[in-house]
Design a protein around this ligand. Structure first.
Ligand code: IGP
Length: 270
């Protein structure tokens, strides 16, 4: 994998920033909220995502991972409410898990936001960032950590490193070749990103194209571009065990007060 030659300029810039992060701070330097073991690694007791999905199904909710994403290169605005308040409203609206952007330079995220969210809610929390090296995992505790198949050099090693720390790795793919790499790396939670990182365009057909090749025992997540109940139904029919939804809940462009709980509810009660 690790092909970034023709990704969108915004994505290239995100990756450059990610590559630098952790170096100047000293790869193992202290930072907000992590719980270092004696060797400087975090060690987590993760809240199970498959269990949270099962609970939602039992309670007739669509399993949704709702994303605290203050802004993004493709968003029309910035939402600067307290991440804890946003996360609480998402859980109130039926979210099964919360994703928190920790990327600082393009998404206005922070590890501290994730630490505070995880302390405030009892559902699993995903760390959404561009983790490229093992040492970048030791920044903050989370229940799940994102690994983007396309951008990492040694996916099997990073999957193993994540599990060593107690994280549930969520491996993000965009096509059949990346899916194969994820399966070879022994991933058991796989997300198909509907957003093409070369053009930043969204096509829900991406999930529909990749999903049939995913084994049943994998927890399969449809990521990005789900904007209304019809999209929720479409992704569920194509085999999504859960949906990762950010923008439709955050509603960045809306400058009026937005009801995050209600935005979440309309996608979990489909
Ligand atoms: O806001 P959306 O279209 O609902 O998408 C959420 C999530 O899938 C998206 O933020 C995302 C998917 N993969 C990523 C990798 C890094 C940062 C962000 C992402």
């Amino acid at each position: 994998m690790n092909s970034e030659s023709n990704v969108a300029p915004a994505v290239r810039s995100i990756l450059e920033a990610a590559r630098e992060r952790g170096r100047s701070e000293g790869d193992d330097g202290p930072s907000g909220g992590r719980t270092p073991a004696s060797d400087g690694r975090v060690s987590v007791e993760a809240r199970s995502l498959p269990d949270a999905i099962e609970r939602a199904e039992r309670e007739d909710r669509v399993p949704v991972i709702a994303e605290v994403k203050p802004t993004s290169p493709t968003s029309d605005g910035t939402r600067d409410e307290d991440p804890v308040e946003l996360a609480r409203a998402m859980v109130e609206g039926g979210a099964s898990a919360i994703s928190v952007l920790t990327e600082p330079t393009h998404f206005d995220g922070s590890p501290e936001a994730l630490r505070r969210v995880r302390a405030a809610v009892d559902v699993p929390v995903l760390r959404k960032d561009f983790v490229l090296r093992e040492s970048q995992m030791d920044v903050v505790e989370a229940d799940l950590i994102l690994l983007i198949a396309r951008f990492v050099d040694d996916l099997p090693a990073l999957v193993a490193a994540a599990r060593d720390r107690g994280f549930q790795p969520l491996v993000e793919v965009h096509d059949a070749a990346e899916l194969e790499a994820a399966l070879e790396a022994d991933a058991s939670i796989i997300g198909v990103n509907n957003r093409d990182l070369t053009k930043l365009e969204v096509d829900l057909g991406t999930f529909e194209g990749v999903a049939p090749a995913v084994p049943d025992d994998v927890t399969l997540i449809a990521e990005s571009g789900v904007s209304d109940p019809a999209d929720v139904r479409r992704m569920r029919e194509a085999g999504a065990d859960a949906l990762l939804i950010g923008s439709a809940i955050m509603d960045h462009a809306n400058t009026d007060e937005v009801d995050i709980a209600e935005n979440t509810r309309r996608l979990t009660r489909v």
